[in-house]
Design a binder for this molecule. Structure first.
Ligand SMILES: Nc1ncnc2c1ncn2[C@@H]1O[C@H](COP(=O)(O)OP(=O)(O)O)[C@@H](O)[C@H]1O
Ligand SMILES: [Mg+2]
Length: 425
């Protein structure tokens, strides 16, 4: 139909109509393989060619990737071996390199011929046109072996159609990129949602811990007050009542001029008051060790360790490394209470023979370690059991309350270690 260089008006109209129909069919397609396959089929039909290909430039524009081949039955591995072709100035790659249509009446005798891959049918007549986006070549269409040579008409027709093909390919590529970006976005949304859910669960768990801790703290405080009032009642109160009775009897004896007995009563009162003073001092010490404020952490840990050994019969050594410095009072009392709770656990639960309290004063970090050689415990098991063990949780919360971090290092049968790290500003 287009073999003659002179065409009639009605032939021209017919040709335009069929080009339009082909372009419409192409534009309706979305995915790249379908676009390439349909486009190549149309190109062969338009030019009455035997076979052809579409090649697209690689990202670095050094290779041409044969993304569609049509018109001959390639051997199985032909495509794998031959689909990437270096863009060098041979018969067809010049189409891309020079961004212009190229024709050859017989490739076998063409001066630009470089040979062809094994398994490829012999190419005689050849026409190649560039695929352009904004004037720049993104690849090419090649058709070959029509019954006669390719004429100007074939070239114009293929150039016109190639403009549509380039747009369709470009759109399909954008579509592909968009689909990948969308899938990636969806994946991220799912991932982020999962993270948020985990964070929310963790927060809820933490809030629950804190709530139980608060309740426990109030109970502990109440119990502590009860104990102190009981102590004051049983100890100091009894002693003071005794002293008053003794005073009364002393006064009686004075009135009766029984001076010796009166002196004995006074002596007795003196002894009782001495006892009162001792008890009072211990109570005050327990409420807040004055040595902590006066001398700092290491001497007060030392004093407590001595008392602990006397009470529990577990040897307890206090080690200090680095040049000791003072911390704000809340941190010092906090560390002291953690050590108290840790040693109390050693005394009650560990069955240890010895314990160590070690403090390291580095310039930017203070560490406190309370370790024992006892039975150890299963931390995860204890903390997840959720029944009442607020000592461990309380220690950790206390450390975190002043910006520190607390970890337990223990395994059943291998002793236990409480480590506290406090960053020093
Ligand atoms: N030093 C330790 N050696 C062995 N077991 C310990 C030690 N410290 C804690 N535990 C275990 O962890 C549990 C929880 O301790 P804690 O929270 O202080 O609660 P409580 O002392 O009231 O039982 C203890 O009951 C004990 O089983
Ligand atoms: Mg405890």
């Amino acid at each position: 139909m287009i073999s003659s260089p002179l065409i009639t008006y009605s032939e021209q109209r017919e040709r335009l109509q069929s080009l339009y129909d082909l372009a419409l069919e192409l534009m309706a397609l979305r995915d790249l393989p379908a676009v390439l396959d349909t486009a190549l089929r149309h190109c062969l039909a338009l030019t009455e060619s035997q076979f052809g290909f579409i090649g697209l430039n690689s990202k670095n524009n050094k290779l041409l990737d044969l993304v569609a081949i049509r018109g001959f039955q390639a051997a199985k591995d032909f495509y794998d071996n031959a689909h990437l072709i270096p863009l060098r100035p041979n018969v067809f790659a010049r189409v891309v390199l020079e961004n212009k249509p190229i024709r050859s009446s017989d490739v076998m005798t063409d001066p630009h011929r470089v040979g062809q891959p094994r398994g490829h049918p012999t190419v005689h007549a050849f026409l190649g046109v560039p695929l352009r986006i904004r004037e720049e070549p993104i690849g090419m269409i090649g058709v070959a072996n029509r019954p006669g040579p390719y004429e100007d008409d074939h070239e114009h027709l293929l150039m016109t159609y190639a403009a549509q093909v380039a747009i369709a390919i470009h759109n399909a590529q954008l579509n592909e990129e968009l689909a990948i970006a969308k899938a990636e976005l969806e994946r991220k949304v799912v991932e982020r949602t999962e993270e948020l859910r985990e964070a929310k669960d963790a927060l809820a768990q933490k809030a629950d811990h804190l709530q139980r801790l608060l309740t426990e703290t109030v109970t502990v405080q109440e119990r502590e007050r009860q104990r102190i009032s009981q102590d004051l009642h049983d100890g100091l109160n009894q002693l003071l009542v005794g002293a008053m009775l003794e005073l009364k009897s002393g006064r009686e004896r004075l009135r009766n001029d029984d001076l010796n007995s009166a002196a004995a009563s006074l002596q007795q009162v003196g002894e009782i008051l001495h006892q009162v003073e001792g008890e009072l001092r211990q109570t005050i010490y327990d409420l807040r060790p004055p040595v902590l404020d006066a001398l700092g952490l290491v001497p007060s840990l030392g004093r407590y360790a001595e008392q602990f050994t006397a009470r529990s019969n577990i040897a307890c050594q206090v080690l200090s490394e680095g040049e000791p410095y003072r911390l704000v009072p809340e941190v010092e009392i906090g560390l002291y209470r953690i050590m108290q709770e840790a040693l109390q656990n050693v005394g009650v639960h560990s069955g240890a023979r010895r314990a160590t309290v070690a403090v390291n004063f580095a310039s930017d970090l203070l560490t406190l370690i309370v370790a024992d050689d006892g039975c150890g415990f299963d931390e995860a098991g204890v903390l997840s059991s959720g029944d009442g063990h607020f000592g461990l949780l309380g220690m950790r919360e206390r450390a975190e309350s002043f910006g520190g971090k607390l970890v337990f290092k223990t395994r059943p049968g291998q002793g236990a270690r409480v480590e506290v790290w406090v960053p020093i500003p």
